[in-house]
Design a binder for this molecule. Sequence first.
Ligand code: NAD
Length: 384
Amino acid sequence: MKNISRRSFVNKFSIGVGSAAVISTIPSFMVPLNESPLLYYGKKLNVAICGLGNYAEAIANGLQSTQYCSLSGIVTGTLSKAQAWKTKYNIPEKNIYNYTNFDDIINNKNIDLVYITLPNGMHKEFTIRAAKAGKHVITEKPMATSPQDCREMIKACNDASVQLAVGYRLHYEPTHLEIKRLGQDKVFGQVRYIEAALGYKTYDMTKPAQSVDFSGHAEWRLNQKLSGGGPLMDLGIYCIQASRYVLGEEPVAVTAQFGHVNDAKRFAQVEESISWQMHFPSGAMASCNTSVGFNADRFYASADEGSFELSPALSFGPFKGKTSNGEINFPVINQQQTQLDGICSVILENKPLPKHITGEEGLKDLTIIAAIYEAAQTGHNIII
Ligand code: NAD
């Protein structure tokens, strides 16, 4: 596999139609606006993006083609970014905030929702501040850095009567909806065994991390306080998610092992690689790996009467796969646009969001992640 950086993955996602697949039921958020049966015809939610790094660019790109929301505001601590985004996306000055005056957004009727793309350790603070300002929230994955923080975020949003979603883009992606169907509908019988791996070779291990600044922005993923952990938080969460939604079950026990450390200075606070095994009530097990020391992007499920697999599987795609009966081949979509329209169409309808993308779902993942870290640290089988 080529050494594909996170940034080039972000740049590679595309809009458009790939080959050969037919989606039998078209979700309402995929219906063109002028054909939409929905009552809120023509209304869009105004979104402010909070934290203008790499992934914020992907969200802004998705917002250029959304039907049910548009990019209306930004929150940033960097003046030059504020200027650049203002010009590029035509954002009115009154919709630009910094981290200090962010709470004034309570008075801005032109912002309905805050999309948080800050480092993981900042999701909680900004979710709670946005909720207190009466704004709906989408926060990026992982939802926070601990289960307790997730609970506080859920409470704050409930107290403020705003909706809280986690940026689980794959719940709106047709290939992933298909593997979810294959697994949960037992198309090949009961799934017994899953292998899932997501890794990006992010660092040049031949160059020692002489200048790692653990409090600096560039390396926040190496900083325990800002990241909550290493690749398990960032990438492994996709393996957890896919295993859970393919099986339609929650793991009851985990075992885990930290991997080899190539660079002890760089990985002084968080893991470089980790392997873990999840055991499910049906007896199914998932064996998962994640790393920033190697590239991997694969999902495989073995069921009683067949199997299905994807590779690429969990990144930005385009996804490719097969079952024991043939190819899995769905159109390439803009994952961020589809996710944003999916979430915002429901909020516009004033309906509760589907459970699988809410704060409760984020809390489930963080609970599993905490158990995986405990298992790796203690060497014990941890019951969830
Ligand atoms: P990034 O480093 O590119 O961006 C982080 C932004 O936060 C930067 O603009 C930075 O200036 C700002 N920031 C504010 N205070 C900071 C501080 N104290 N330290 C560091 N940065 C600070 O990171 P990213 O890759 O855009 O990731 C941001 C979030 O998005 C993370 O939670 C990550 O897990 C998530 N993400 C999700 C996906 C996905 O596919 N859903 C993909 C990439 C990232």
